[in-house]
Every structure is written in structure tokens, then in C-alpha cells.
Design a protein. Sequence first.
Length: 117
Amino acid sequence: MPDEVYKRLRHIPAKYITEVHTDKVYVDTDGDHQDEFYRGERPKDLLKNSIVTPSLAAAIFNDKFVNSIPFYRIEQEFERNDVHISRQDMANWTVNIATRYLMPFCERMKYHLFKCM
């Protein structure tokens, strides 16, 4: 007899992971650059000095624009998971990411679209 196969769908709630990065800082003690600070290279930030990562921004964009959830409800959902992100921060991130990354992309697409016509 063949084995009986069945499926179950399991839901794993969202997980939030804090990434901790350490940059090495050195001071030159001899030569022409004495007392000059040197820092190791760090990964590029999506937005300078912000905690937002591409995956967090994608989740916020998805909730806001695909699922039509207002920022105050996204904020409440984060709070239920002990993540404190204000709706003002989310709104600012959305505007800055759209301006920095999406608008140039759209402009480029528009340029190529009209160039081909």
C-alpha cells in the first residue's frame, strides 16, 4: 500500500531581529598622519543613520500600499510585537525611500518609454 501523504499549514508570526554592527576605530600614532582616526568600512545604509533595513522598508511598503493599512495600524501591530516605530518615522522613511530610490527608477523608465515611441 502507498503511504498516506497529508499537508498542514503552519503560521509563524513575524520575527524582528536587531542587527548589531561594530566598526573598528584606529588612531595612527606615527608618521605624517599622527592622531588621525581610521574607521573600518561599514555596510551602506538604506537611509543614513536610520534603523530601517530593506526588509523592514519592504514590509512597511507592502502593508501600506498593497494591503492599504494606515500607518497608525502598522504602528499598533509593531507595538504588539514590542517594536517601537512611530508612524512619523514610517511616513518619513516612505517619502525618503521613494524620493531617493523609486523616483529615479520611474524617471528612467519614463525616459526609455518615450524614447521608444
